[in-house]
Design a protein around this ligand. Structure first.
Ligand code: C2E
Ligand code: MG
Ligand code: MG
Ligand code: MG
Length: 277
């Protein structure tokens, strides 16, 4: 019996494995095609002032308009795009598209953030390529911020710090994404030229839940730290008025999340700026 069940489980596992291998290969080919067909698009999600909901900036989030499967998010293909090396071309296409279209928005005081993987930070000409892009599109450097995750600091913190310094030299800002989930040491944080810290949504989520006392303590500590280092804080993943109130009460001024606005194609933000979703 046990043997039979063991075999069943084995077969099942084997099937899934085979299917995943095919999926990965198919997807790699499709990603290449998608680049050629220009199927990638930045969706924008607003950053808002918690007090009155005014939009202060937007995050560009990668979406794939798949011809058969519809709109896909990073969770569906980012790993394959990363492992196959396609992510760099995809990202650059997205940066380009994002900067160009971002300038169509009427409010010229907002900033735009992009998520960059550690791969980019390893390229010594990343800053030069950004300068070129900014010159070509006409986007002022101060309006651009790159988001790096705490995780990307693990492999080679010195390399990341050097690149962020070079970005600062050209006027481009840096944000530390998903803060609180990685393992970056606090002593190291002050040596990074950061404009912004994004509190991971896990803590924001916990604010309205049972474990809110711990979350409150952690968020308060992050806010105090950021204030001491003169870094702006943005709370991610705000979904309820309770979370928004809790953050406001603690002195957190900026936030992002479904309560304030969902990611949407740039066209949907044209002509309706300052209004939350
Ligand atoms: P992230 O940078 O931390 O982005 C936030 C993610 O949380 C986004 O998912 C966003 O849609 C989602 N989100 C926003 N507000 C809420 C909320 O209130 N509740 C919940 N539950 N989720 C919320 P998305 O777009 O699926 O992106 C996932 C991750 O993929 C991003 O995490 C980022 O690390 C990565 N990513 C996104 N765009 C790009 C890109 O252009 N290039 C690269 N290399 N990575 C990207
Ligand atoms: Mg991000
Ligand atoms: Mg984030
Ligand atoms: Mg996050």
């Amino acid at each position: 019996r046990a043997k039979e069940e063991g075999r069943k489980r084995y077969e099942l596992f084997d099937e899934t494995l085979a299917k995943n291998v095919i999926d990965v290969l198919t997807m790699e080919g499709e990603l290449r095609q998608a680049l050629a067909r220009d199927e990638f698009e930045p969706y924008l999600q607003p950053f808002c002032r918690l007090e009155d909901g005014a939009v202060v900036g937007y995050e560009a989030l990668l979406r794939w308009n798949h011809p058969k499967l519809g709109v896909l998010g990073p969770a569906d293909f980012l790993k394959v795009a990363h492992d196959s090396g396609h992510i760099e071309s995809i990202d650059w296409r997205l940066f380009e598209r994002g900067c160009e279209r971002f300038l169509q928005l009427a409010d010229q005081n907002t900033f735009l953030t992009f998520n960059v993987s550690a791969l980019h930070l390893r390229h010594r000409d990343f800053d030069a390529r950004l300068v070129h892009l900014l010159e070509r599109t006409g986007l002022p450097p101060w309006r651009l911020i790159v988001e790096v995750t705490e995780g990307s600091l693990l492999d080679n913190p010195e390399q990341v710090r050097t690149m962020l310094e070079r970005l600062r030299a050209i006027g481009v800002g840096a944000a530390l994404d998903d803060f609180g989930t990685g393992y970056s040491s606090l002593s190291y944080l002050h040596s990074l030229p950061l404009r912004m810290l994004k509190i991971d949504r896990a803590f924001v989520h916990a604010l309205g839940a049972d474990e809110h006392t711990t979350a409150t303590t952690v968020v308060a500590a992050i806010l105090a730290l950021a204030r001491a280092l003169d870094i702006q804080v943005i709370a991610e993943g705000i979904e309820t008025p309770t979370q928004r109130e809790a953050l406001l009460g603690m002195g957190c001024e900026l936030g992002q999340g479904y309560l304030l606005g969902h990611p949407a194609p740039i066209g949907r933000w044209l002509g309706r700026e300052g209004r939350a979703d």
